[in-house]
Design a protein around this ligand. Structure first.
Ligand code: NDP
Ligand SMILES: O=C(O)C1=N[C@H](C(=O)O)C[C@H](O)C1
Length: 250
């Protein structure tokens, strides 16, 4: 059986360098290109890449994906910074290239995907919900893509269940003291040397709280999700948002 021809964009980065090693080690894949900043995107077509794993920066991801989709190269995207406007642009490129698939995964680790799933399940049972994400201080953006997605999922589940807005009578003397408001869910971002990627989802109601915590301790935790994404995206045209769509979560 022929091997899947995979390229990594952002190959010199924290997660990109780990992805290069993971693709090289996968029996069913061949690493055909490893691009860093300044490398020509045409390398991807010259190398015959079928899938590009995009792990760069929110400022770079759109140009890279536009090239990939226009050239029929499937995308597995971990880079953050997704807005409705960006997703609409990506969808317009995909409409013009209907056989091409792109997976955007706010988080490739199974623990983080389960955290989002559990948070969505719990959301309608508690009056209050807050998200705290904690990362290394070199992270590109805040709040994290995972925290934003978690808050959006909580808010959507609460809306669907007809829950009222959560109570908060606080008067803030200092802007930012209550975190960022993501669809009515406060999201707090901690940046601390020594950390990698962590998240707590806090739920509260009368007389009880529930805390869901996930810790990524090494970039290796993202690799099974990236490899699964590469295997599945080639047969999944259009946009898939979230690795959970490629997992059987029961
Ligand atoms: N979805 C997930 O599970 C995960 C997502 N991420 C996300 O992935 C992204 C990268 O994170 P991280 O590895 O920590 O960041 P790093 O800064 O360590 O790595 C990014 C790399 O991409 C390079 N780069 C930037 N622009 C381009 C470009 N146009 N073409 C090629 N290479 C480019 C950078 O080069 P230079 O150093 O020269 O700028 C750098 O080597 C972030 O958005 C992060 O949030 C991270 C971990 C998990
Ligand atoms: O930059 C990181 O490190 C991470 N970024 C992603 C995010 O913003 O959610 C995934 C994970 O948290 C690690």
């Amino acid at each position: 059986m022929s091997k899947l021809r995979v390229a990594v964009i952002g190959a010199g980065g924290r997660i990109g360098s780990e992805a290069v090693r993971a693709v090289e080690a996968a029996d069913d894949m061949e690493l055909v290109a490893a691009l860093g900043r300044g490398d020509k995107l045409e390398t991807l077509t010259e190398a015959g890449a079928q899938v590009a794993v995009e792990l760069t920066h929110p400022d770079s991801v759109m140009e890279n994906l536009e090239f990939c989709v226009r050239n029929g190269i499937h995308g597995v995207v971990g880079t953050t910074g997704w807005t409705e406007e960006r997703l609409a642009r990506l969808n317009s490129w995909l409409e013009a290239s209907p056989d091409t698939g792109v997976l955007i995964a706010p988080n490739f680790s199974i623990g983080a995907v389960l955290t989002m799933t559990f948070a969505r399940q719990a959301a309608r049972f508690f009056e209050s919900a807050e998200v705290v994400e904690l990362h290394h201080p070199n992270k590109a953006d805040a709040p994290s893509g995972t925290a934003t997605r978690t808050a959006q999922l909580i808010a959507a589940a609460r809306r669907e269940a007809g829950c009222p807005p959560q109570p908060d009578a606080t008067t803030t003397a200092l802007e930012g003291a209550r975190g960022a408001d993501v669809d009515g869910v406060p999201v707090h971002a901690v940046r601390l040397r020594g950390l990698l990627a962590h998240q707590e989802v806090l739920f509260g109601d009368t007389g009880e709280t529930l805390t869901i915590r996930h810790d990524s301790l090494h970039h290796s935790c993202f690799m099974p999700g990236i490899l699964l994404g590469a295997r599945r995206v080639v047969a999944t045209p259009g946009l898939t948002f979230g690795l959970e769509h490629f997992l059987d979560l029961g």
